[in-house]
Design a protein around this ligand. Structure first.
Ligand code: MN
Length: 239
């Protein structure tokens, strides 16, 4: 049986050229393509009432949390700094409920970019509201408009981690973020860092949780390490 992978989605909340005010729920197709290529069946989970999260999780075998808005700082006990960008409390609260439900149901979670940050905030960690404002000698973590799949900075992995198993001791990843994990939540082990110390991956073996700050879904078609992150996740969701 192919495992069903629930994918947390985004939504338009302001009129756009194409949809005007007929708003849409959406996710980038490379999340869908990467899950499919790894052997999973992707299922998009529209942002909705947090009370429905457990019912969605009952139907899926794994949860993928995707990139997007900055996590609302109050969720990790902070006030928004001027460098904090777009927040979306509806998405935050729905995803927090999905995370709690998936952990309670012992289903694996893969978090990507914002996905890592919302997992960290949900489990009791804090996030950095802007890397360039807080990290001395920070490297460029927002490489936009570099092509999405292009690796731009190095990572060093932690021994005996899922990240090391996939990438070896060092790797090269893409980077499209301005926030990052500050204090990892209890139970989360840091499994990769950039040369400036910015946290690029965490994991929790007991809770079957892997989360990365870079975007393997953009690299998976051309990079076997990035594809292996999805294979590992889909395998964990297979039973
Ligand atoms: Mn980065």
């Amino acid at each position: 049986m192919q495992p069903l992978i629930g994918i947390g989605t985004n939504h338009l909340i302001r009129p756009s050229d194409h949809f005007d005010d007929n708003y849409v729920d959406y996710t980038q197709k490379n999340y869908v393509a990467s899950v499919t290529a790894a052997g999973g069946l992707p299922l998009l989970l529209p942002i909705g009432d947090p009370q429905t999260a457990a019912a969605y999780i009952e139907h899926v075998d794994g949860l993928l949390l995707t990139g997007g808005q900055d996590v609302t700082p109050s969720l990790y006990g902070a006030e928004p700094e001027p460098v904090n960008q777009l927040n979306d409390l509806a998405r935050d609260q729905f995803e927090q409920a999905l995370i709690k439900a998936a952990i309670a149901a012992h289903k694996p979670i893969l978090g990507i970019c914002r996905g890592l940050q919302i997992i960290n905030a949900t489990l009791g960690g804090t996030n950095l509201q802007d890397i360039a404002s807080h990290v001395n000698n920070a490297i460029a973590h927002n490489q936009y408009p570099t092509a999405w799949a292009t690796p731009t900075h190095g990572i060093t992995t932690t021994p005996n981690s899922r990240m090391q198993a996939v990438w070896g001791d060092h790797g090269q990843v893409n980077s499209f973020h301005h926030q990052a994990v500050q204090q990892p939540a209890p139970g989360l082990t840091v499994t990769a860092t950039a040369t400036d110390g910015v946290i690029e991956a965490v994991e929790d073996v007991t809770r079957q949780l892997v989360a990365v700050q870079f975007h393997p879904e953009m690299m998976a078609a051309t990079d076997s390490h990035a594809a292996a992150i999805f294979s590992g996740f889909v395998t964990a969701a297979t039973h």
